[in-house]
Design a protein around this ligand. Sequence first.
Ligand code: 5AD
Ligand code: SF4
Length: 479
Amino acid sequence: MNDIYNNLTSIYGEAPVKEPARQLYFIEKCRNIIENEEKRLGRKLKKCVCTFGCQMNAHDSEKIEGMLGEMGYIDSKGEEDADFIIYNTCCVRENAENKVYGNLGMLKHYKKTNPNLKIALCGCMMQQESVIKTVKEKYSYVDLVFGTHNLYKLPELLYNCLSTGESNIEILSAHGDIVEDLPSVRHFKYKASVNIMYGCDNFCSYCIVPYVRGRERSRRPEDIINEIKALVDDGVVEVSLLGQNVNSYGKGLDCDINFAKLLRMVNDIPGILRIRFMTSHPKDLSDELIYAMRDCDKVCPHIHLPFQAGNDNILKRMNRKYTKEQYIALTEKLKKEVPGIAITTDIMVGFPGEYDVEDTLDIIRRVRFAGAFTFIYSKRTGTPAAVMEDQVDPDIVKKNFNSVLETLNPIIYEINKEKIGKTYKAMAEGVSDHDPELLTGRLEDNTLIHFKGSKESIGKITDVKITDCKTFYVLGEEI
Ligand code: 5AD
Ligand code: SF4
């Protein structure tokens, strides 16, 4: 970080125009205010970053944490003792939104006990006009609101808020340039996520993401590679490359790059032991990518490949651009080229017109998924599916959802059971949260493992023998 700060002009001068220098300048300005506040109160100021939603949001929160940490905020125990609370929100499903509103109601009381408390909202939910209207009308005690396109501006927006005491709402409807090199923190010492692209152009008919995250844009390969090299220097051995649709990485860049080529470049970085990526869209999964997965020894034999629904008519109305048989053929090709590959997926139940899930169950049985995120369809205003007439009765959806779980879970268990007695390579990530005697880690195919092993192995890849299993993890011992 210090290198970047060395290039800074004095914080008493004019704010730089260029990013990231401008935000680094405002981090310093905030730090000044915060230091004065600390002197006045005789204690450090505390932050609480609450994250809703997907891995992209979790990774954005690491950037938020990084910027706030540089300003001088330390971690609070929870919301009750924080001086700055920020909700990084998700709007993919309605219940995530309701949770934010529910929590916000409670925060009003904390403002009474701590008049210095600042409350901020950011993330996908804030990109919707209706939400901003509700926040203004019902939650006017919120101090700072920004969206997905100006997260990098948190220091400047917070400075305005801290220095004037006024609330500030700034939502941009379109994205600007990608801003590189802002402070960030990592929650894990040995593994890290790296954004390779932002936004989504697919417009699946049920999904709000393209509206709130904007058009697809890829980071330059050299920026990605440099970030990963710096992570390696900092002790990271496993990277997860993140994007809504990593398979279309590189479109729009003025260089000869695609996701398969990027994987090969990352595979060549010394010090990296494991490479993961998510999420893949079946329609963009090329042979070239499958061959890159096959050839690159560090790319883990795992792919998260959402299929959503099995029925061809439903898939068409979802705008997914593949059929059931095409999806199954793709998974067969993956299994053939990448032996031992684990395929995980997202499944949605209850899309308009989906009265039964026979085709979905057929895919589950034929592909044999190693894991799945299962969702009940949630109507999102502004998406084409929200105005489709044949919305399905919730009782039917519930019944179908249970059928999906009843078919899926025994298969996941079977796949884990087949591992018992065999030896695998596990990356030991740390001591288990549930049992201090055990280590927690991941097998190459992403299976979660709790195992007896030496603490010396943490951060390393070690051989483990599988001794038992449950549906969502396996147990083992280091050998
Ligand atoms: N309702 C329910 N689930 C949804 N997803 C996206 N939009 C919706 C929605 N409107 C799910 C999809 C996607 C995952 C990230 O969230 O399964 O793959
Ligand atoms: Fe949403 Fe489809 Fe884009 Fe995934 S690919 S973020 S489901 S629009």
